[in-house]
Design a protein around this ligand. Structure first.
Ligand SMILES: [Zn+2]
Length: 347
């Protein structure tokens, strides 16, 4: 991981970004000098960008995608010191961590490739992290541009007549201190649930808690769910987290990386692959394959709106009933006066 940081800031369109993709290629060529890879070049906001795709077990028709973004953010828009907000983010956790785990997974899964019943894509996204944080941002850029471009061109990278996608797992901010994953709501729930169960079975009960924080995060997996590929985002609470408060700041550096967080993430994904894809007739593992079920919690905003709406309706009904009672009493009084004059005649 430190290698990526040593390359400098991996801002889209910069020489350091190109050096980073060359670094990935060199790492995969260390594993196998013939490792198949594709560069997916695209231009956005007049900037030359590139996703990088490595393929393992191309003879298998069902594909598992393991992804991470490698670009680091051009501006530290959430830095507590306002003078730093035009400085680039080192991107140790937000970027380099997920890529480091992908490289390690490539090493271990390559060694097992003949025992695996799936093809695996290791996919490194450019241009994920340049969107706007509230008022601050990089002019014109959106989030997750690299993954969206990739998915729109995905037919160029596989043969749809006999190849198909089983699932996609995204790793984002997986290396920080105090790692704890959230229940990300755009993820396919049956896939994310299985990853949580896998992590917990390995003893990682703090990192995969039984009652995780829920939130919907715009991230690179959404482009894949939008075309029907079950996808899950392994990501942390990065917006309100005293355990790792460095998101989009100049402090997202290696000081706050914990190697055991990287290892826990890698081991969990590795075990998920073995559980589902080890070629062994005695393998009786029952996960959530084919991850078709997707039950997500309603957004907290929607819950709040519903509560407010019901409260307002309740109050209106209450007021109407009270008014009705008052007017009934008034008409009773009027009737009484008209009739027996009992009320006002008594002294
Ligand atoms: Zn980010």
């Amino acid at each position: 991981m430190q290698d990526q940081l040593d390359l400098g800031f991996r801002i889209p369109g910069t020489p350091d970004s190109v050096n980073c993709t060359n670094y990935f290629i060199s790492k995969f060529e260390e594993i196998d000098s013939n490792f198949t890879y594709n560069l997916h070049n695209f231009t956005t906001h007049l900037t030359e960008c590139q996703n990088v795709l490595f393929k393992l077990n191309e003879n298998k028709s069902n594909i598992v995608i393991l992804g991470a973004h490698y670009d680091s953010r051009a501006k530290a828009t959430k830095d507590p010191i306002s003078a730093n907000r035009d400085d680039p983010v080192p991107g140790a956790n937000d970027g380099a961590s997920g890529c480091a785990v992908l490289i390690e997974l490539a090493k271990v899964l390559y060694a097992e490739k003949d025992n695996l019943s799936c093809q695996i894509w290791f996919l490194f996204f450019d241009a994920e992290d340049q969107g706007r944080d509230n008022a601050y941002g990089i002019d014109g850029w959106g989030w997750c541009e690299g993954s969206q471009k990739f998915v729109s061109d995905i037919n160029n990278f596989y043969n749809s007549s006999y190849e198909y996608f089983d699932n996609m797992i995204l790793l984002d901010m997986v290396g920080g201190v105090n790692l704890q994953f959230i229940n990300e709501q755009y993820s396919t729930s049956s896939l994310l649930d299985e990853l949580f169960a896998t992590g917990r079975s390995l003893g990682y009960t703090y990192q995969f808690p039984s009652n995780p924080t829920s939130a919907s995060i715009i991230d690179d997996h959404r482009a894949f769910t939008s075309v029907g590929i079950p996808s899950a985002d392994l990501i942390i609470n990065f917006w309100d987290n005293p355990g790792w408060p460095y998101h989009h700041t100049t402090l997202d550096n290696s000081t706050y990386i914990d190697n055991s967080s990287l290892e826990i993430t890698g081991k969990t994904v590795e075990q998920f692959i073995y559980n589902n894809y080890i070629d062994d007739p005695d393998n009786s593992y029952q996960g959530n394959y084919p991850w078709s079920q997707d039950i997500n919690l309603p957004n907290i905003e929607i819950i709040v709106i519903v509560i407010v709406l019901f409260s307002v309706i309740g109050i209106v009904v209450l007021i109407q009933r009270t008014m009705k009672k008052i007017s009934e009493k008034e008409s009773d009084l009027v009737n009484n006066n008209k009739g027996e004059n009992t009320l006002f005649l008594n002294p």
